[in-house]
Write a protein that binds this ligand. Structure first.
Ligand SMILES: [Zn+2]
Length: 421
């Protein structure tokens, strides 16, 4: 089989500073050589060669808080009740392809209404549709009256499409086992309110024993748990229970950050949603409320900055799919952290690539450009290590490769005669 050569690349490997004048060789699904142009292997006549002329070559990105089945949501009830599951599945397929074509070759579900992630993952694996590698999330887990248990009881509706309503460790264990039986790789717990919910962050809707039972039940069967968590005591409970991934963690302080680093906990700050929501609500809020939200956001930026410096495994991903933050603008989030949270472009590239890769249970896919790794790659017409905003422009993505296969390519290989010259 012909090898694919990317020559004269500005190599952004996911960990190190960029290396100009680099060559990367792909054979079947893997990267087989990485080095300076001068020392790289030479292509044979049948190989395919792309001269990148200094364009950037970087790993495919991971969106690690993905709701494929969220469409144009204005309220919590829209998630479950607005569309039939069949329609949600079709929309989820479209969103998955859009995410892939935006440069994200991996996605981790963060709660999937009607369990749409599992079917989506299988359909992508079977080649039925195009989409990123997906870590499928199941239904949400919440306690009675918790942040997403909002349908009034007199409606007699329940909320089975969206969540399990559980109370006590035994019910948590059972819900996790049911989700695993239905194909979930990761299961989400709504540990606190806050961060977009009516319920305040400092109420205690879930006990430590419940969180611990859920985490144990998932880990016993090799699956992961993630939690929507905002307040400091609840963050510490999640960390003590060895939760794998914390969503938001707005109130993380030094003690939380220390434990996150020690335990290798992933954290998705997902602050872009809060910022977008504030922009959307500005005209509808009182000046006092706006000032309060701005203070909250500022605290979040500083917490993220501190966590980044301390070496927390921060990852990218947010609540796209609301009416004010539609699917498609995924890379806006990266630029947002550079603008507000003291991160460098290379920091957020690392969050989007290397940091998220460990969630995929694919040891050869580290989302770094190294020999032997799976070839999930992007060719970018620009230098995202200087201007991260270039990733927001899909027309600058000259090629998207997943597992050594081009999903999209606007590159022209050099001809054999040019190669010979
Ligand atoms: Zn979410």
């Amino acid at each position: 089989m012909a090898r694919i050569f990317f020559r004269d690349a500005n190599l952004i490997d996911g960990i190190n500073p960029p290396k100009p004048d680099s060559t990367v060789v792909v054979e079947n699904e893997r990267i087989t050589a990485v080095g300076a142009n001068a020392s790289a292997p030479q292509p044979a006549a049948r190989d395919i060669v792309f001269e990148l002329g200094g364009r950037s070559l970087m790993p495919g990105m991971n969106q690690c808080h993905f709701h494929a089945g969220y469409i144009n949501i204005n309220s919590l009830m829209d998630i479950e009740l607005k569309f039939p599951p069949t329609y949600l599945a079709l929309a989820a397929a479209k969103n998955a392809e859009l995410l892939l074509r935006s440069g994200f070759t991996g996605a981790v579900g963060a709660g999937s209404p009607h369990n749409v992630d599992v079917a989506l993952k299988d359909a992508i694996r079977d080649g039925l549709i195009q989409g990123p590698r997906l870590v499928a999330c199941g239904h949400d887990i919440v306690t009675t009256g918790g942040p997403i248990d909002v349908n009034p009881d007199f409606w007699k509706l329940g909320a089975e499409g969206l969540c399990h309503v559980c109370d006590g460790p035994d019910e948590f264990r059972k819900a996790i086992r049911q989700e695993i039986k239905q194909g979930a790789d990761i299961i989400k717990l709504y540990v606190t309110g806050g961060h977009g919910f009516e319920m305040r962050a400092d109420e205690v809707p879930m006990t430590f024993e419940e969180i611990q039972a859920a985490a144990q039940a998932a880990h016993e069967r090799g699956r992961m748990v993630r939690g929507h968590v905002v307040s400091r005591p609840a963050i510490l409970d999640c960390l003590r229970a060895k939760m794998d991934l914390l969503d938001h963690a707005d109130a993380m302080d030094d003690e939380c950050i220390d434990l996150m680093v020690k335990q290798g906990t992933w954290v998705t700050p997902s602050l872009y949603f809060s910022w977008k929501t504030l922009e959307f609500m500005r005209k509808r809020m009182s000046p006092q409320r706006i000032a309060q939200e701005e203070r909250w956001l500022e605290q979040g930026y500083r917490a993220v900055e501190k966590a980044n410096k301390a070496g927390v495994k921060l990852i990218i991903g947010d609540d796209f799919g609301t009416s004010w933050m539609p699917h498609g603008d995924y890379a806006d989030e990266l630029e947002f952290y550079v603008r507000f949270a003291g991160a460098s472009p290379l920091d957020v590239i690392r969050w989007a690539t290397y940091n998220g890769a460990g969630l995929f249970n694919l040891p050869d896919r580290t989302c770094t450009i190294q020999e032997g790794r799976i070839a999930d790659l992007l060719v970018v017409n620009g230098d995202p290590s200087r201007d991260i905003g270039v990733l927001r422009d899909r027309s600058k993505l000259d090629a998207i490769m997943k597992g050594g296969q081009f999903i999209e390519s606007h590159l022209t290989p050099v001809t054999a005669s040019v190669k010979a010259a």
